[in-house]
Design a protein around this ligand. Structure first.
Ligand code: LMR
Length: 398
């Protein structure tokens, strides 16, 4: 039976890491996968995380099951981080949050939940969107369409076009938005644009589904959820999937959550049973370690302030790198304006180079980037910025 199988092509993001590791060029640069790297090119464990791990190691006295919905205290801590205390109070039992195996596990669960609620629903994704959105959500059998988002010419959000499309989306469909730090473009909606999206969602009656993978990596923990909170306080229903991979650096611990806002307490109680049932049927229960760390950090003031400070340093470094890179590109006298990179948020930006140039960057210079020209800005450092800039100048001059 297995002989009939056809091999899949390598994953567009994960496949790059494999190729990068196999490359023996000492100057190689990995601008591919979205993991934060420090000045030395390492992805360190955050100090707050290390301290929490030590406490857990000492105090944990059982490895018994926690349950399909994960830790109740973690769920509350995540809900508070995303929505804030006041909004949480106001929503009361119209809101439920459930621990998931990373943001991906949350997206997959959300897709299954949506298909239970309306198997005919179409999920509208931004053009472009994260390469794994379609496989993850599509695996639950949902249909896709896309709405215009990023203008590769002006390097801005094509907001008028986006709005025109949203104005055609019917009730029963869902619009997937990136909460902040849009992946892959780095171009986020402004507060006014979030308000306009909220208004059209209310008018049209479609549902909104937010992927929040980078809270705290853009402008700040509160600033990055401006749009999420605006929608949470005004829409009758909302799905938010969040991740602790980047802002807690817990990548391999698979720590995420799904939050639902429902139009009544009763619907929320029903919806919770479906989420728990989907978890049980898929993986039974989420892994505990990452969530236990986050729960302890969020509920211990000293650890919380260490984490806040570390996250601020990460965010500041990424934003500084954006400015430095733009300056280096200017200094290299490349006849192209890259200043947009400085205004974008989070780890990613498009370099705006074509497929042939990407191939040359990878094959001739060992500079690895995603085939859309997305780069991870956090991979730039003092030791590689000159090689990166000069290689790019040469490739663009060819
Ligand atoms: C990325 O976009 O590079 C990250 O979210 C890692 C991944 O799983 O693709």
């Amino acid at each position: 039976m297995f002989q009939s199988l056809q091999a899949l092509p390598p994953d567009p993001i994960l496949g790059l890491t494999v190729a990068f590791k196999a490359d023996s060029n000492p100057n190689k640069i990995d601008l591919g996968m979205g993991v934060y790297k420090d000045e030395l090119g390492n992805t360190p464990i955050m100090k707050a995380v290390k301290q929490a791990e030590k406490i857990i190691l000492q105090s944990q006295d059982s490895k018994t099951y926690v349950g399909p919905t994960g830790s109740a205290d973690y769920n509350e801590a995540i809900a508070k981080l995303i929505l804030g205390q006041n909004l949480l109070k106001g929503l009361g039992k119209r809101r439920v949050t459930m621990q998931t195996p990373g943001g991906c596990g949350g997206l997959r669960l959300a897709a299954e939940f949506i298909s239970k609620a309306n198997s005919e629903a179409t999920v509208w994704v931004s053009d472009p969107t994260w390469a794994n959105h379609k496989p993850l959500i599509g695996s639950a059998g949902l249909k896709f369409k896309s709405y215009p988002y990023y203008d590769h010419e002006s390097h801005n959000v094509k907001f008028d076009n986006m709005l025109e499309t949203l104005q055609q989306i019917p009730q029963g469909d869902l619009v997937l938005l990136h909460g902040c730090c849009h992946n892959p473009s780095g171009a986020d909606l402004s507060p006014e644009q979030w308000t306009a999206v909220r208004d059209v969602a209310l008018e049209q009656g479609f549902n909104v589904f937010i992927d929040l993978a980078y809270q705290g990596m853009g402008a700040g923990l509160e600033e990055d959820v401006h749009g999420v909170r605006l929608l949470a306080e005004s829409l009758p229903e909302l799905i938010i999937v969040s991740s602790c991979s980047k802002n807690f650096g817990l990548y391999r611990e698979r720590t995420g959550a799904i939050t639902l806002i429902c139009n009544s307490d009763e619907t929320c109680a029903t919806a919770s049973t479906l989420l728990a049932g989907a978890a049980r049927a898929n993986y039974s229960m989420p892994p505990d370690h990452g969530a236990a760390i986050v729960e302890l950090i969020m509920n211990t003031p000293e650890l919380r302030s260490i984490w806040d400070e570390e996250l601020r340093e990460i965010r500041d470094r990424i934003n500084k790198l954006r400015s430095q890179f733009v300056q280096k590109l200017k200094d290299a006298k490349i006849a192209r304006d890259f200043s947009f990179i400085e205004n974008e948020k989070g780890m990613f930006s498009f370099l705006g180079v074509n497929a042939h140039q990407i191939k040359t960057l990878i094959e001739k210079y060992s500079i690895y980037l995603v085939n859309s020209s997305r780069i991870n800005v956090a991979s730039i450092n003092d030791s590689n910025i000159d090689y990166l800039t000069s290689s790019l100048a040469e490739v663009l001059a060819e």
